[in-house]
Structure formats: C-alpha cells, structure tokens
Design a protein around this ligand. Structure first.
Ligand code: SF4
Length: 219
C-alpha cells in the first residue's frame, strides 16, 4: 500500500468514526470509483449518492449498474422533482441548477459528513481545495465535506485503479478526461485542464462545488 493510499484510508476512518450519517457522492468517474473502493474498506454500506441528471451517457448508466451489482453498493439515485430534458440548449445555468444543484442539496440535508472525490489537479477552479471544509447548505444546515483525494494526481488515481483491478468507465478510452452529462462533455481543449472539455469551455463548475472554504476548517 502506498503512502497516499494509507493517508486516505486513515483520514476516511477518522472521519467516519465521528460521523452520524456519512455519504459519498459519485458520478462514477475514475476518482469517484477509487474513493468508493477506499470507503468500502471501512464502511461497505456507505450510501453512494448518484445524481441522475437525465442527461448522462448511456455508457455511464451501464457502467454504474455494473459496478453497483459487482460491489453491492448502497446506491441512492437522486433526480430533479421535475426534470426538463434539453434545458441545457437554452440555459446551462438553469439546467445545472434544476438537475444537479437543487436535488443534491436537498438530498444532503439527511447527512452530516459528505465525502467527495474532488482533487486539486482537476481544474484551476479546484486548485485550493481543502481536505476538509465546512459546507453550508442553502437551508443553513452545515456538513463536513471531506475530499480524501484532494492531493492526488490523475496518475495516482489511475495507478490505484490498475493496482486494484478496478474497471473504469469505457468513455475514457475515447479520450474524455472529465465526464459529466453527454451534451456538456467533449474532449478537453486544454490538455493541462481535464475539465476544459466541460460545457464547451464556457464554465468549469456546475454550481455544487463553488462554495469552497479557504481555510479548510471543518465544522
Ligand atoms: S451538465 Fe449540461 S445537461 Fe447536465 S445538468 Fe448541467 S447543463 Fe444540464
């Protein structure tokens, strides 16, 4: 086990020890799947929140279903109360708010510790990501947001997956480096920024992870 693996597991175990209701969010990209693999070593039945935006690639749904079966994941699918397929064509901000931000924030009300697979090397918008931070939902409820892979590189994520024989989303074989909804995912235009293929370069974040605390102070 590498030093990075051991540090991540230690952080996860420590955070889970004081959690009343932990969860992890995942879109089943490489980092998310590696994080689930690490979490399962400590808490096999941790709720895995999957945000079904109704715009994912068919490959993503198929891969998710396969991994859920294979690892017997406690997956919880979250959807907008009233999805509007195609809204992205006229307003990506409204579409992300309706299909991602609002339903996820509503679902997170039930949890106190939120694990994410965010990493600093994913994008300039995540360069100052903290391992732990206080995250306040619109209702005022505060959670502990924990990103055990914050300091990992893409190379480390892929090396971990290879070492543990974890199959990854086949779309990576097509050249994608950051994979979200199909209409808003293309090949990266900037090789140094994996998320530069999202939203045709118009933006880097959907709105879920914009509230990054600079101090990394956990509640
Ligand atoms: S990423 Fe695109 S399709 Fe998905 S919710 Fe946002 S705007 Fe809509």
């Amino acid at each position: 086990m590498s030093r990075e693996d051991a540090d991540a597991i230690e952080l996860i175990a420590k955070q889970l020890a004081t959690a009343q209701a932990p969860c992890v969010t995942s879109s089943f990209q490489a980092g998310g799947v590696v994080l689930i693999h690490l979490l399962r070593m400590v808490r096999p039945d941790i709720p895995v929140l999957f945000l079904d935006t109704v715009h994912h690639f068919a490959d993503t749904y198929a891969y998710r279903d396969d991994l859920v079966d294979r690892w017997r994941l406690n997956v919880i699918t979250i959807r907008a109360a009233e999805p509007r397929p195609g809204l992205w064509q006229t307003d990506t901000t409204a579409c992300c708010a309706r299909h991602k931000v609002e339903p996820l924030f509503a679902a997170l009300e039930a949890y106190d510790v939120w694990f994410t697979a965010l990493r600093r090397d994913q994008s300039p918008s995540r360069a100052h990501l903290a391992l732990m931070e206080r995250f306040t939902l619109p209702t005022g409820k505060a959670l502990r947001k924990v990103s055990p892979l914050a300091g990992w590189t893409t190379k480390q994520v892929w090396a971990y997956a290879k070492a543990h024989e974890i199959p990854l989303l086949p779309l990576y074989d097509c050249g994608y480096r950051s994979i979200g909804c199909e209409p808003c995912t293309s090949l990266p235009v900037d090789p140094s920024n994996p998320r530069s293929g999202r939203w045709r370069g118009e933006k880097l974040e959907c709105g879920i992870h914009l509230h990054v605390a600079p101090s990394g102070v956990a509640p």
